[in-house]
Design a protein. Structure first.
Length: 204
């Protein structure tokens, strides 16, 4: 036996074209291995046509994508469009909110409440819970060291009286906040709380 024949035996046997008795289908004429023969069996039509459809679909898709550059199938474009739309919506909402806030100025009650919130947080420790005075002077009497007009209070709050222990609030509060707290302090005039600190300064 030649070496060539040895190799031939190990390969699958060639099957000549012939018709299968059971299925009446022509052998592919390809291979038989361990008694299993390869048939020349056509695809079922539904599968074959589905396959054609996918080919047509992919070609049309590529044409739309690269030739007509159709927006609706380019995802990046679609994404950008959505983001722009969302952003525009937010901008409108922000503008509307700004108009609303600007159109409705704070009522006196709201101003006093805002001022009280700042006072309780920042000023109460030295000027007392009710403005009765503690380390700092009494805000409920008619006596003022630096004057009782709003602009005089403002000057003290902005500049502070550093050598007397009143610090400057210029960097901690904005103009509106200062105005609110001044409004609150002046609203305490004549409220006559207990444990008042003795008057300091001059009456005005
Ligand atoms: C660390 C203590 C301290 C804190 C906190 C403090 N003050 Fe004063 N404040 C003083 C002292 C002390 C004086 C008196 C200064 C002087 O003798 O000239 C004063 C004076 C003032 C005056 C002038 C009063 C007058 O009779 O002319 C105003 C107004 C004032 N403070 C507002 C505020 C406001 C508003 C806050 C909070 C944002 C605040 N202070 C927080 C200690 C303080």
């Amino acid at each position: 036996m030649s070496t060539n024949e040895d190799i031939q035996l190990k390969e699958p046997n060639k099957v000549n074209e012939e018709v299968d008795d059971v299925t009446k289908i022509k052998f592919f004429g390809g291979h038989e291995y361990d008694g299993i023969k390869e048939l020349d069996n056509p695809l079922p039509p539904w599968l074959k046509y589905l396959f054609y459809v996918t080919i047509i679909f992919s070609i049309s898709y590529l044409i739309l994508l690269f030739v007509f550059k159709d927006d609706s199938i380019i995802q990046v474009k679609e994404y950008r469009k959505e983001v722009m739309a969302a952003r525009a919506k937010t901008e409108v909402a922000v503008k509307e909110e700004a108009v609303k806030t600007a159109a409705a100025p704070m009522t006196e009650e709201q101003i006093l409440a805002a001022g009280k919130a700042i006072y309780d947080k920042t000023c109460l420790v030295c000027h007392g819970k009710f403005g009765e005075g503690l380390v700092g002077p009494n805000f409920t009497d008619e006596y003022w060291i630096h004057g009782g007009r709003p602009e005089e209070l403002k000057k003290v709050i902005i500049e502070g009286v550093l050598d007397k222990g009143m610090i400057s609030y210029k960097s901690q509060m904005n103009n509106t906040q200062i105005d609110h707290v001044i409004g609150y302090i002046l609203s305490l005039q004549g409220s006559n709380p207990p444990n008042q600190k003795a008057p300091q300064g001059v009456k005005n």
